[in-house]
Ligand binder design. Structure first.
Ligand code: KIV
Length: 271
């Protein structure tokens, strides 16, 4: 019997078991109670309270403006909705880079004030001190390599990362360091499929890909993108499973017509 079908609660241990058995891990982002409940009931293994909330919930162009307080608000809402999925929360920009004490304090706030099970940090060797300090407090850490949107002003663009040998070699070393430090999984974002395959084959911990090809141990998408709520974002790696934007637009237009024509509410819809 498969691991994922038997567990009542997904833990980091369950994810390792899934990797060992070759079972793919399904992760989606989630930011609010109602959506998280749907994702959890559908059986997603991990809900990532991503700092992509900065884009899809708050309407900022980048992930940089979102605050720790904002992330805590989103994460606590997701935790209240969730029974089975593991909940991972992004540490936002400016709350962990270059200061491991501050990183630990940020991670502790997430764990205490939301009830989530793990945090995610972007970067490799540059943030290793922060990763180690958080891990030393018993807080599980997910790494994130490749395209790291919090560094967009350093990269300058959102193009595929690590296509050149030097950057690919650094990514491989970073992944090994994060695994050695004790991270329980690593997100690989927008890197060539062959590199996704190499890193996934090399590590004992699971890799979760987004635009990293078919060989990573799991996949993640931003839920607003895969449901077709967002329309303007169409990278090659994105599969849209629905066109919710059109569905919602149609429903709202019908509601407006019904109100204007006096069709809503009718006699059965009043007291
Ligand atoms: O913030 C986010 O949604 C993420 C995923 C894209 C991995 O980090």
């Amino acid at each position: 019997m498969s691991v994922h079908s038997t567990v009542r609660k997904v833990t980091t241990h369950v994810l390792h078991e899934m990797k060992l058995k070759g079972e793919k891990i399904a992760m989606l982002t989630g930011y609010d109670f109602s959506m998280a409940r749907i994702l959890d009931q559908a059986g997603v293994d991990i809900i990532l309270v991503g700092d992509s909330a900065s884009n899809v919930m708050a309407g900022f162009e980048t992930t940089l403006p979102i605050t720790l307080d904002n992330m805590i608000y989103h994460a606590a809402s997701v935790v209240r909705a969730t029974k089975r999925a593991l909940i991972v929360v992004d540490l936002p920009f400016g709350t962990y880079q270059g200061n491991s004490k501050k990183a630990l304090a940020s991670a502790v706030r997430i764990m205490k004030e939301t009830g989530a099970s793990a945090v995610k940090l972007e970067g490799g060797v540059e943030i290793l001190d922060s990763v180690e300090r958080i891990l030393s407090a018993g807080i599980p850490v997910m790494g994130h390599l490749g395209l790291t949107p919090q560094s967009i002003h350093k990269f300058g663009t959102y193009v595929v990362r690590a296509t050149e040998k030097e950057e690919a070699e650094k990514l491989i070393k970073d992944a090994q360091k994060l695994e050695k430090a004790g991270c329980f999984a690593i997100v690989l974002e927008k890197v060539p499929a062959r590199l996704g395959k190499e890193v996934s084959g090399m590590l004992r911990i699971p890799t979760i890909g987004i635009g990293a090809g078919m060989h990573t141990d799991g996949q993640v998408l931003v839920v607003h993108d895969m449901l077709g709520i967002t329309q303007e974002f169409s990278p090659r790696f994105l599969r849209r499973y629905h066109n919710l934007n059109a569905e919602i637009n149609g429903a709202v237009k019908t509601y407006i017509e019904d109100v204007r024509s006096g069709d809503f509410p009718n006699e059965r819809e009043q007291y």
